[in-house]
Design a protein around this ligand. Structure first.
Ligand SMILES: *Cc1c(COP(=O)(O)O)cnc(C)c1O
Length: 220
């Protein structure tokens, strides 16, 4: 865990309204605890089982973000404690989260993931699907779901102009739907930016960044 990088990042975010989610996937619980002791409370994980194991080992006041691609059969493992699910990319997944949350009487905060990169491999709604999902939610509200924002990942490229234009595009969708403010669809959070592109993401209006390798080192 890189204490200097953390201090530098916190200093950079000091006067900004941006939440740092420390992405700890594949890293041991000890590394997370080191960062926790410095005051970091928001951590992000990509895999259901790994998240559950770490949740059971680490202090209860950590806010756990699920940032990966969530399979419907893994939803029930994280519903009891998850703070925010970033990668909701289908109406079916939203229904499953609602169903599992209902069983234990929780309301789960979710971000809808939008496909903004050109790569085929990145998940998410396209603009039309996003519109449909939001309209479905408005017409038939799910009692145990709060859609609180959008999430996106830019293309993996050195072309920072491309990255910037993808972030700009996501911000424009965010602004459009943020005006709706219905009972369980109130967009406040725009989760965009990772180690390599968070500065651009913040310039383009991100208020939640997900940083892994910069803090914890490269993953194997
Ligand atoms: C792994 C991951 C991150 C962190 O990536 P870094 O480049 O290590 O900062 C952020 N968001 C998502 C969705 C991820 O899967």
């Amino acid at each position: 865990m890189n204490k200097e990088a953390y201090a530098e990042l916190m200093n950079e975010l000091k006067d900004k309204n941006v939440t740092l989610v420390a992405v700890s996937k594949t890293k041991p619980a000890e590394d997370i605890f080191e960062l926790y002791k410095l005051g970091q409370k928001d951590f992000g994980e990509n895999y259901g089982q790994e998240l559950l194991d770490k949740y059971l080992k680490l202090p209860p006041d950590i806010c756990w973000h699920f940032i990966g691609h969530l399979q419907t059969n893994k939803v029930k493992f994280i519903i009891p404690f998850v703070h925010l699910i970033h990668g909701v990319d289908s109406y079916k997944l939203l229904s499953e989260i609602n169903k599992q949350a209902q069983k234990i009487n929780r309301v789960i905060n979710c971000l809808l993931q939008v496909h903004i990169a050109q790569e085929e491999t990145k998940f998410g709604f396209d603009e039309k699907e996003l519109d449909e999902a939001i309209n479905q939610l408005i017409n038939a509200p799910m009692e145990n779901i709060n859609v609180t924002g959008l999430m996106g990942m830019a293309s993996f490229t050195d072309d920072m102009n491309k990255v910037r234009s993808e972030f700009k595009y996501l911000k424009s969708l965010f602004d459009k739907y943020a005006q709706l403010q219905t009972a369980n669809c109130k967009l406040q959070t725009l989760s965009m930016g990772m180690s390599s592109d968070y500065k651009i993401a913040i310039e383009e209006g991100s208020n939640m960044i997900r940083i892994g390798s910069l803090l914890f080192g490269e993953r194997v």
